[in-house]
Design a protein around this ligand. Structure first.
Ligand code: PLP
Length: 396
């Protein structure tokens, strides 16, 4: 049905299709895993953030089922009303211990956490210094805060310092926040946290690190990228998610007791949203148990990713500055990235073409992720498909 006032929908979608920027939903028929079923075919899944394979781990399923029967399927209200259950506080205690912070506070998603944390910490008259490659949820958090956003080129510490030095931004009353992805979601490289912590200290700015792609996969026991750099205790605001390596859903802020108390009192996406359901909380607890029972798991994943990256490089692919399980395969043009992704799917390999505006113009890419549940045969199969398709389209 068309209404005159919504006629723009059709026009807009037509233009997107014309520019090859239209996004389509793909349906996964069976469960998540290293192989998934798409259009009736089993294909190798190289685009999931389920880095440790925990999303389909029987122990998580068991914990979720038991929690549903014991506690409830839903939490009934926001935390400040009557949704604050003992289970939430237990998980927060475990997460704080895991991140080596005094406290942690749960949010319903990573997206909600970044919106709620940033907009609580800074406001009108304040400044946020934001890496140009930061995740959309950090960008949206900055916008929502109404602070002045000062972007700096990706990982460029000299440029950041120049911006911090600007006297007009050093009013003693203004708060200053530096916000970065610890592991960049489309590039798989690391933020230079030692330098960031030093700059934050020198220029009296708060430092916030998003550990969405670092939690569970980097540092000792998978404690994250802050731990990887030995900076525990030096980053006042850590944000992490339960939705990627931990295989579930939800997110958290980790920091001081005062930070937690401040967020409970001011963070609108925490205050005005229903508490996480008990099964979700219980599965996160089970994921932490599994991770802590096998502390070598993150290291084995990184070694697997390093080998895969090296083999792609030998083949002639440019994996940009990836240093983690997220491996961008640079293509350049939008059309060619789409074509490669289609051809790889024909070969039985599921990847996604990442295009502007998610990444800068001219850097369209396939974002490949290696997970702990991929076998060496799986990865060899993927490499063979990359060789064949890359030659066919003339990229390698
Ligand atoms: C995925 C992601 C988020 C959002 O987390 P969700 O739990 O999926 O909402 C936030 N930050 C980064 C860097 C991410 O990659």
């Amino acid at each position: 049905m068309t209404h005159r006032a919504t006629g723009f929908l059709d026009t807009f979608l037509g233009v997107l299709r014309q520019k090859n920027l239209h996004r389509d939903l793909r349906t996964i028929q069976g469960p998540q895993g290293p192989w998934v079923e798409v259009d009736g075919r089993r294909v190798l899944n190289l685009c999931s953030n389920n880095y440790l394979g925990l999303a389909s781990h029987p122990q998580l399923a068991e914990a979720a089922a038991t929690a549903a029967r014991t506690w409830a399927c839903g939490s009934g209200a926001s935390r400040l009303v009557c949704g604050n259950m003992a289970l939430h506080e237990l998980l927060e205690r475990r997460l704080a211990d895991f991140k080596r912070t005094e406290a942690a506070l749960l949010y319903s998603s990573g997206y909600a956490a970044n919106l709620g944390i940033i907009s609580a910490l800074v406001g009108r008259g304040d400044f946020v210094f934001s890496d140009a490659f930061n995740h959309a949820s950090i960008i949206d958090g900055c916008r929502l805060s109404q602070a002045e956003v000062i972007p700096f080129p990706h990982n460029d510490m000299a440029a950041l310092e120049e911006r911090l030095l600007d006297g007009s931004r050093s009013s003693p009353r203004a708060r200053r926040l530096i916000a970065v992805d610890g592991v960049f979601s489309m590039d798989g490289d690391l933020a230079p946290l030692p330098q960031l912590a030093e700059l934050a200290e020198r220029y009296e700015a708060m430092l916030m690190v998003d550990e969405a792609h670092a939690t569970g996969v980097l540092g000792p026991e998978g404690r994250g990228v802050v731990a990887h750099f030995g900076l525990e205790g030096n980053v006042p605001i850590i944000m992490g998610t339960l939705s990627k390596a931990l295989g579930g859903f939800g997110a958290f802020a980790a920091g001081s007791l005062q930070l937690r108390e401040y967020l409970v009192n001011t963070s609108r996406s925490f205050i005005f949203s229903t508490a996480l359901p008990p099964p979700v909380v219980a599965s996160a607890l089970a994921a932490l148990d599994l991770l802590q029972a096998d502390p070598g798991l993150p290291g084995r994943l990184q070694e697997k990713a390093r080998l895969f990256r090296a083999r792609l490089g030998e083949m002639g692919y440019d994996t940009m500055s990836s240093a983690t399980q997220i491996i961008p395969v640079l293509v350049g043009k939008i059309d060619m990235a789409l074509e490669m992704s289609h051809r790889l799917l024909e070969e039985g390999v599921l990847t996604v073409a990442i295009r502007p505006p998610t990444v800068p113009q001219g850097t369209s890419r396939l974002r490949v992720t290696v997970t702990a549940t991929h076998s060496q045969e799986d990865l060899d199969f993927a490499l063979e498909a990359f060789r064949k398709v890359g030659r066919r389209v003339g990229l390698i």
